[in-house]
Write a protein of this length. Structure first.
Lengths: 105, 402
């Protein structure tokens, strides 16, 4: 019986990443900062990571996310794309992102 | 390393320590922010009888347990003061009929919930109900990699097969799984197979936890203490597996104190970043703290808030920070690294919780406990004293004596 979650996903512009159900991004009112809650761990993403993670809804592709960020920061699509993919890949390697298509598997 | 995602751990070797980033104060040693995670021991009832159980030898009876309404109030209060994660533990937390209701309440107030379970009481429907109530993570204890040893250690027939079944359901329900394996002389030879079992079960994490000798485990020390050769082999196996399984299975390894050179940073320091709540509602610096006599631990049933008890109660402040330390700890350069090790162990082995933890080479008792460990590992019998409400029962028969 295959698990719906796949580890070690490879992030590309076509990926539609989303946080797995066991990783929760939320604002910690007490400490006034964003955290990712995970099994036995609490992680503290920086502002840029939070902004990108908030775009990861399992519907948007990475390409569409980069479009939004490129407009917002009036920056080059290709340059932002490289940074965003590297960041998302790092999160995926740590088990904090899955591909949306796997949800229906 | 990514600069964008920082693990909230101040020390790379302690992944559960969440203070450094989430507490922007000058010295973590001198300030006591509300812990990120709290352990709720819902009950001491358990169908297993493991001889190393971390519960106190004097178990709380059913009648003294907090009610559903009391636990819900506690969960709300914890969320309100800034706790982020709740670990539902025991005893066996699924022995509480209200567990689904409590998990749902934790979700409602925004707590991330972990279930720490022996798994043997779970049905698939019950696990599904827990998942639907918002349970975020399941940790299942294993006593070995096959029924012969595992069921004997647990003191329960068919326990191992049931655990395997529940672990599979856990992953089918897309819940992350941690396998917790408590290791000792009588099962350490199975470690490689246990690691493979965790991989086969599609676990995310494996805790390889050598027995810590307080309470029930102290009673059973002679039957559990590994040999030095076993510990050396264990370290080798864990190191090899960590490299081989990078990205597949995360392994947390706890070494046995008696063979250590330096004491562990027990609980991250007394009253520094963790507390647990006993079945009767006492707020404790660690699950073994009640073994220390002479400390008065306040309850959620008292007139004080949980935050007040954490910050102000005498029991928490007694061994907090570094001011209480005697020599050789006081002038030790590592005093803010290990915070003096474990108070329960100091009490159990020296009779005074304020003494240097004998796990430290600087303790005058270190050589003695090392020799005790070696002697018991070689000469101790293998029969267990099983954990129960009657104060323990010796394993029948002489089959397991060496």
């Amino acid at each position: 019986m295959a698990a719906p979650r796949v580890r070690n996903i490879s992030v590309t512009l076509a990926s539609r990443p989303v946080l797995p159900r066991h990783a929760k991004l939320r604002f910690d009112e007490t400490r006034q900062r964003w955290v990712i809650l995970a099994p036995e761990r609490v992680l503290a993403p920086d502002e840029i990571a939070v902004e990108v993670l908030q775009l990861c809804d399992g519907v948007r592709s990475v390409d569409q996310m980069v479009d939004l960020l490129a407009i917002k920061y009036a920056a080059d699509h290709a340059a932002i794309g490289t940074d965003v993919i590297a960041m998302l890949q790092d999160l995926a390697d740590k088990g904090f992102l899955v591909e949306a298509r796997e949800k229906s598997a | 390393m990514s600069p964008t995602l920082t693990d909230a751990a101040p020390l790379p070797d302690n992944a559960t320590d969440g203070l450094s980033i989430l507490e922007s104060r000058k010295s973590a040693a001198e300030t006591f922010g509300i812990p990120l995670a709290v352990l709720a021991e819902l009950t001491h009832r358990c169908p297993l009888q493991c001889p190393y159980c971390s519960n106190p030898v004097e178990l709380e009876r059913n009648s003294s347990e907090l009610t559903t309404a009391e636990w819900k109030k506690v969960l709300s209060e914890l969320a309100e003061i800034g706790v982020l994660q709740i670990h539902f533990s025991g005893g066996e937390p699924t022995a509480r009929k209200d567990l689904v209701e409590l998990v749902q309440h934790a979700s409602d107030v925004g707590l991330y919930s972990n279930l720490i379970t022996s798994a043997v009481l779970l049905t698939r429907d019950k696990l599904k109900a827990l998942a639907d109530a918002g349970l975020c993570h399941v940790q299942i204890s294993f006593q070995g990699n096959e029924p012969l040893i595992a069921d004997r250690v647990a003191g329960l027939k068919n326990a191992h097969d049931k655990k395997i079944e529940v672990a599979r359901w856990t992953r089918e329900l897309d819940l992350p799984l941690t396998v917790n394996a408590v290791m000792h002389r009588q099962n350490l030879h199975q470690l490689s197979d246990i690691i493979q079992m965790a991989v086969d079960l599609d676990a995310d994490r494996l805790e390889v936890a050598n027995v810590q000798y307080y309470g029930w485990a102290l009673k059973n020390r002679a039957a559990l203490m590994p040999t030095l050769e076993q510990i050396e082999e264990t370290s080798r196996i864990v190191e090899e597996a960590e490299v081989r399984l990078k990205g597949v299975l995360a392994i947390d390894y706890v070494v046995p104190d008696y063979y250590a050179l330096r004491p562990k940073k027990c609980m991250g320091g007394w009253g520094r970043q963790f507390f647990n709540i006993s079945p009767a509602g006492k707020i404790l610096p660690c699950h073994a703290a009640e073994t220390i006599t002479g400390l008065d631990f306040l309850s959620v049933r008292s007139n004080h808030s949980i935050a007040w008890i954490w910050q102000n109660s005498e029991a928490f402040n007694r061994y907090r920070g570094t001011g209480w330390m005697p020599e050789p700890c006081q002038s030790c350069e590592f005093k803010e690294v290990d915070f003096g090790g474990c108070r329960c162990q100091a009490f159990a082995l020296t009779g005074d919780a304020g003494n240097t933890d004998p796990a430290c080479t600087l303790s005058p008792m270190h050589e003695q406990i090392f020799k005790t460990a070696e002697a018991e590992a070689r000469g101790g019998g293998d029969r267990f004293i099983y954990r129960n409400f009657a104060g323990g029962t010796l394993e029948p028969g002489g089959d397991h004596d060496t």
